[in-house]
Design a protein around this ligand. Structure first.
Ligand code: NAD
Ligand code: IPM
Ligand code: MN
Length: 358
């Protein structure tokens, strides 16, 4: 049968290291199920700036649009941190998400049983946690206008951004979240700041209205500050969480500490039509780049989400997830998760082990 066309965007920092490992594992898992992939590598982020002057060359967006799915590792790094906002690597990623209209970012935060005592929180608090954060990804304060720098009445410089959502933007992400909840624990918590922000008042009203179409889902509402606290106090309270762009960004990094490491959280950024972007929650980790010590599991599990959501090859996804599970069972740990009694492995070594285990 035909090869699945995958745009491969390694990006910066640990990006190329974890991508290399993940592609090996994905290829091996595919082979076992008679599936092949056609990988087309393209530039994004700092690597693209260095080669072309732009963090998202037109060619990259074209390659992505012509693919069945996009696999992206991570972008950014110290070298590009002093560039003006519109030229930074991060803009490449935001432009890609907007360019593919990938408005729904699904970020599962699952505590693997082997890692329940690897969290900085107590085992009794985190074991059994299985949360799906549904983060709106192409709106809110990340994209709102006006934005920029200016001068105030006192002649001081100011910086400003606008947090804005339209009813239709809230409605479409709410539907994704309600539908996800229907397939899981049937509980949805909408997180906002409607006690202060108009944008959140509108958000809450629309979510309540959309909820009428999903009477089997129990809807609750929480302010972001309380949600950040409840996520640590009683994380099993949460089933599906739906929230805006910036709150979802922050809550998902926080949730990674339930799972033990940011290197464990995958994500899918999808529109429901056209190729989705499959990307770990973490960034390019410039502090550990080039040392072959990054955890590739979030990248591998992002590839699994790609197989399930876009490529429609759930058996390959199952194999990838089972391999991660088996590696954890046999005590293999990258540095972020290593402790006494487990076996320390490099990123590339773990990639090779996962190839044996798929
Ligand atoms: P980060 O997620 O890159 O790293 C935060 C911490 O987690 C670091 O100590 C890092 O070493 C560790 N870490 C992250 N992923 C890991 C992995 N797979 N294995 C082991 N340890 C891991 O966040 P940051 O340091 O705030 O940002 C670094 C750069 O990455 C910035 O330029 C930022 O803009 C960018 N960034 C990109 C993405 C993305 O491409 N999706 C996401 C977040 C941040
Ligand atoms: C993420 C990252 C990005 C975001 C940055 C790099 C633009 O933090 O994917 O979580 O804020 O969305
Ligand atoms: Mn983030």
């Amino acid at each position: 049968c035909k090869a699945h066309k995958v745009a491969v965007l390694p990006g910066d920092g640990i990006g190329p290291e974890i991508m290399k490992a993940a592609l090996k594992v994905l290829t091996a898992a595919g082979k076992k199920e008679g599936q092949t992939f056609e990988f087309t590598e393209a530039l994004i982020g700092g690597a693209a700036i260095d080669a072309t002057g732009s963090p998202l060359p037109k060619e990259t967006l074209d390659v992505c649009k012509a693919s069945d799915a996009v696999l992206l590792a991570a972008i950014g790094g110290y070298k590009w941190d002093t560039l003006p906002a519109e030229q930074r690597p991060e803009r490449g990623l935001l432009g890609l998400r907007a360019g593919l209209n990938a408005f729904a970012n699904l970020r599962p935060a699952i505590v693997q049983k082997q890692l329940a005592d690897s969290s900085p929180l107590k085992k009794e608090i985190v074991e059994g946690v299985d949360i799906l954060i549904v983060r709106e990804l192409v709106g809110g304060i990340y994209f709102g206008q006006p934005r920029g720098f200016g001068i105030n009445d006192k002649g001081e410089r100011i910086g400003f951004n606008t947090d804005v959502y339209s009813e239709s933007e809230v409605e479409r992400i709410a539907r994704v979240a309600f539908e996800a909840a229907q397939k899981r624990g049937k509980r949805l918590c909408s997180v906002e700041k409607s006690n202060v922000l108009e944008v959140s008042q509108l958000w809450k009203e629309v979510v309540i209205r959309v909820g009428k179409d999903y009477p089997d889902v129990e809807l609750s509402h929480m302010y972001i500050d309380n949600a950040a606290m409840q996520l640590l106090r009683n994380p099993r309270y949460f089933d599906v969480v739906v929230t805006g762009n910036i709150f979802g960004d922050i809550l998902s990094d926080e949730a990674s500490m339930l799972a033990g490491s940011l290197g464990m959280l995958p994500s899918a950024s999808i529109s429901g039509e056209g190729p989705g972007i499959y990307e770990p929650v973490h960034g390019s980790a410039p502090d550990i780049a080039g040392q072959d010590i990054a955890n590739p599991m979030a990248m591998v599990m992002s590839a699994a989400m790609m197989c399930r959501y876009d490529l429609n090859i759930p058996k390959v996804a199952d194999r990838l997830e089972a391999a991660v599970n088996a590696a954890l069972d046999s005590g293999l740990r990258t540095k972020d998760l290593w402790k006494e009694g487990t076996t320390l492995v490099k990123c590339s070594e773990l990639g090779d082990k996962l190839v044996e285990l798929v």
